[in-house]
Design a binder for this molecule. Structure first.
Ligand code: ADP
Ligand code: MG
Length: 257
């Protein structure tokens, strides 16, 4: 059965409506205001790269999208759900939004196949042959078909991160969030992970990625968002990095020094 077709028929999102819509979103931690009125639309199928200095609010913005952080003001809608609505259900949202972090946190005592199918088995009650079929499918997507029976410690960091991506894909998300997922990897392992992301992008997956890989962002992103001091400072397509408008972005990409 093709479950992809099921998830794409979401009655909550009509054609043309952004999958993610930030409208003057504010987020504070105590007295520290980290997001100072973010307005941003992400349409279905778009790849959005969030760039900016450390501390500019990129991870916080990303974490708000899947409800890991609760916004203080403004409006945020994700997959047709208003995150501040009284009847908002975080568990429903999390089924549609996958997130992958720098640390992949695989279970060491479970095989690759068991790791990637854990949530579908526990949350969706997947059983029997469907379990290994799903594992085969998502491991193929990340190029690790032959590692299904291996344990995480038998894999390289890049391979483990690709398993973490497969684990997210196994929930058939509508939207994938990636937070600096290559930052902990040795440079020679970064490419294999970026290639998986590029393949997902080519397949039409909607993605938001926080990344320091500027060349990669310029190549795969439909929309690049430069955050500075909790604001969307500048946004545009890949050309923006070669020709920044603001001095802050020029300095960030290292052109204006
Ligand atoms: P980035 O991902 O761009 O480096 P973050 O969104 O992680 O930025 O952080 C933005 C600011 O918010 C930083 O000053 C950070 O210290 C602060 N911050 C992030 N998370 C928390 C938290 N849970 N509690 C308090 N401060 C936080
Ligand atoms: Mg961060």
């Amino acid at each position: 059965m093709d479950m992809q077709t099921q998830t794409s028929k979401d009655p909550l999102v009509s054609a043309g409506t952004p999958l993610v819509r930030f409208d003057e979103v504010r987020k504070s931690f105590g007295a520290l205001e980290v997001l100072k009125g973010i307005t941003l639309d992400i349409t279905e199928g778009q790849v959005v790269a969030l760039i900016g200095k450390s501390g500019s609010g990129k991870s916080t913005a990303l974490r708000c999208i899947n409800g890991l952080e609760k916004i203080n003001a403004g409006q945020l809608s994700v997959c047709g759900r208003d995150l501040l609505a009284r009847n908002f259900d975080l568990r429903d949202l999390r089924k549609e939004v996958g997130i992958v972090f720098q640390s992949y946190n695989l279970f060491p005592h479970l095989t690759v196949e068991q790791n990637v199918t854990l949530a579908p088995r526990k949350v969706n009650g997947l059983k029997g042959a469907a379990v290994s079929e799903l594992a085969a499918e998502v491991l193929e997507q990340v190029g690790l078909s032959e590692k299904a029976k291996n344990y995480p410690e038998q894999l390289s960091g890049g391979q483990q991160q690709r398993v973490a991506i497969a684990r997210s894909l196994a929930m058939r998300p509508r939207l994938m969030l990636f937070d600096e997922i290559t930052s902990a990897l040795d440079p020679e392992l970064t490419g294999e992970v970026l290639r998986v992301i590029a393949k997902l992008a080519a397949g039409g997956m909607t993605m938001v990625l926080v990344t320091h890989e500027m060349a990669f962002a310029a190549k795969v992103a439909d929309q690049i968002v430069f955050m500075h001091e909790g604001r969307v400072w500048e946004k545009g397509n890949g050309d923006m990095l070669a020709d920044p408008t603001t001095p802050e972005l020029r300095q960030f990409v290292g052109n204006g020094l």
